[in-house]
Design a protein around this ligand. Structure first.
Ligand SMILES: [Zn+2]
Length: 280
């Protein structure tokens, strides 16, 4: 019963905290390896078209180094393989028992479930409350408020519906809870995964595909992150969102209204564990 999963997949919207959680779950003690956003690696990015940008190892990208693990040679091997075959390949190649895949898309889980027995897959749903998610999108100019609110709702409906339909075990991690009380939140996650609790050292470099480079700030230092953000365009990074220009009162009330005007959004936030104070 307590056999660890072969594949742990993190699903959710952008800015939901999957990189920081994935790195926290990377654990030699539990023989589990965080591989990052596998669907963004070259070959799979082109084949499945689930992502906006391809991804390489962000730890090495920030330091402008060639990654010793996620090499072009490795990515070439992915091309003709299915997600299940790649997970099995990586388990052997990385000498690990479990891969932690933060591809984020529920479509990726559907692909995996075609060939992996569902009891070998565990999913962690990472979520940021809809108000903060809409704010993150507005700060980066990626969506309007109503587009972001609709995307948030549709993403989590599809996630819950698919996981219930396929019978895959899942656990919800709210980004706000993780930040406010990491230890307590991780207790639940370790328990769900049947993992021994381990301490995550932010000083230790974790090689992984894509992800949010801002989650690596203490790992590689602020300077490199800021330089990379500038070089690559900040839009894709959840970098210093608190420093974004403050919205006018009129704009805030408009955006909050959008949340209440989006059918089903508040019920869904409630179902994912949020309270009214988190939304208003
Ligand atoms: Zn690397």
């Amino acid at each position: 019963m307590n056999t660890p999963a072969q594949s742990i997949v993190l699903v959710g919207t952008a800015y939901s905290g999957s990189t920081i959680l994935g790195m926290a779950l990377n654990s030699a003690k539990n023989n589990a390896t965080y591989i990052g956003e596998l669907s963004r690696s070259h070959g799979l990015f082109e084949k499945y078209q689930l992502d906006r940008e391809p991804g390489v190892c962000s730890a090495c990208q920030i330091e402008q180094k060639n990654c010793p693990i996620y090499t072009d040679n490795l990515f070439q091997k992915f091309g003709n393989k299915t997600p299940t075959e790649i997970h099995k390949y990586l388990i052997k190649h990385l000498k690990t028992k479990t891969v932690i895949d933060a591809s984020k898309h529920i479509a990726w889980v559907r692909l995996l479930a075609q060939e992996t027995p569902t009891e070998k897959i565990k999913v962690i749903i990472t979520v940021k409350n809809p108000k903060n998610y809409v704010q993150s999108c507005l700060d980066r100019g990626t969506d309007t408020a109503w587009q972001a609110a609709n995307a948030w709702r549709d993403t989590y409906i599809d996630i819950l519906r698919t996981l219930n339909r396929l019978g895959i075990a899942y656990y919800v991690v709210r980004n706000e809870s993780y930040i406010a009380n990491t230890e307590q939140t991780m207790k639940g996650v370790w328990n769900f995964l049947h993992f021994q609790p381990t301490k995550y050292s932010q000083e230790k470099q974790v090689h992984a595909i894509g992800g949010n480079p801002a989650a690596r700030i203490t790992e590689v230092g602020n300077r490199n992150i800021l330089e990379t953000a500038k070089r690559l365009g900040q839009q894709l990074f959840d970098l210093n969102p608190q420093k974004a220009s403050p919205l006018s009162k009129q704009k805030i009330s408009y955006d909050t209204q959008v949340l209440f005007d989006t059918p089903g959004l508040n019920d869904l936030a409630n179902l994912l564990g949020y309270e009214v104070k988190d939304i208003v």
